[in-house]
Design a protein around this ligand. Structure first.
Ligand code: MG
Ligand code: MG
Length: 251
């Protein structure tokens, strides 16, 4: 069942989303060669908890052990922060973070270049970010979930990259994962209609090579099957009568 939110509930989500936006920006600025993914986790947890009423949403969610997911290079999503995993010049690191604030969840992710990266990696970042913006722009009242997926897929495939299909965006709010699913592929006018009060996480996961994935023995980390690099950008968005309202954008 889709849970529509009142304007008041969306305002509360926007408050939590602002804390999350600051968290993601802080982490992106902190990334540098030599730090570990556990360092990022610690920074995120401390920063989120420094805001009254805010807690890291991921810790304990489905028994995930950390406050952020950190996924490097061919890791697509759900990488577990580790004290033995150092960032190296030329890496891409995806950082996915969730906040729970006053009973409501928000979800956001970014992918960051560690120092200088090769040209394809930089293009992968640019295209994935553009695909997210295209998906957000399609999140208009009266459109359908399929319009979002079609917009994302169009940008990605036009650039010669591939959209991950095994993982999708999702409704969010009272629960971290709510209906509907929000695929990063699809056809216009298909799937659920977008209505006022719908709150969704739009999150393209884009691979430089094959779209296919595999899950690592840690049962969390999901990688590309061919070792190609992957990028992930995500915002939590509310459908309003005035257009999409991005709740996790830095003010
Ligand atoms: Mg996320
Ligand atoms: Mg999400």
């Amino acid at each position: 069942m889709i849970q529509l939110k009142s304007p008041r509930e969306i305002d509360v989500m926007a408050e939590g989303g602002r804390i999350l936006a600051e968290t993601v920006a802080m982490l992106a600025e902190a990334v540098k060669p030599g730090m570990t993914t556990a360092d990022l986790d610690r920074l995120a947890e401390d920063f989120i908890r420094s805001h009254e009423g805010a807690v890291p949403a991921f810790k304990g969610l489905y028994d995930f052990p950390a406050s952020v997911c950190t996924s490097i290079n061919d890791e697509i999503v759900h990488g577990i922060p580790s004290r033995t995993r150092q960032l190296v010049e030329g890496d891409l690191v995806s950082i996915d973070v969730g906040v729970r604030y006053k009973g409501y969840y928000t979800d956001s992710a970014t992918t960051v270049a560690v120092g200088e990266v090769d040209e394809t990696s930089q293009r992968l970042l640019d295209v994935t970010q553009r695909a997210l913006e295209a998906g957000i722009a399609a999140a208009q009242l009266g459109n359908h979930i399929g319009d979002i997926g079609a917009a994302v897929q169009g940008v990605v495939e036009e650039a010669g990259f591939s959209v991950v299909r095994d993982l999708v965006g999702h409704g969010i709010g009272v629960a971290f994962h709510e209906e509907p699913q929000v695929p990063n592929y699809g056809k216009p006018k298909r799937r659920e209609r977008l209505t006022v009060g719908l709150t969704i996480a739009i999150e393209p996961m884009v691979n430089a090579g094959s779209a296919k994935t595999r899950t690592m023995p840690d049962r969390w980390t999901i990688k590309t099957i061919d070792g190609s690099r992957s990028a992930h950008f995500e915002h939590t968005v509310a459908i309003t009568e005035h257009g999409p309202r991005v709740l996790t954008r830095r003010a």
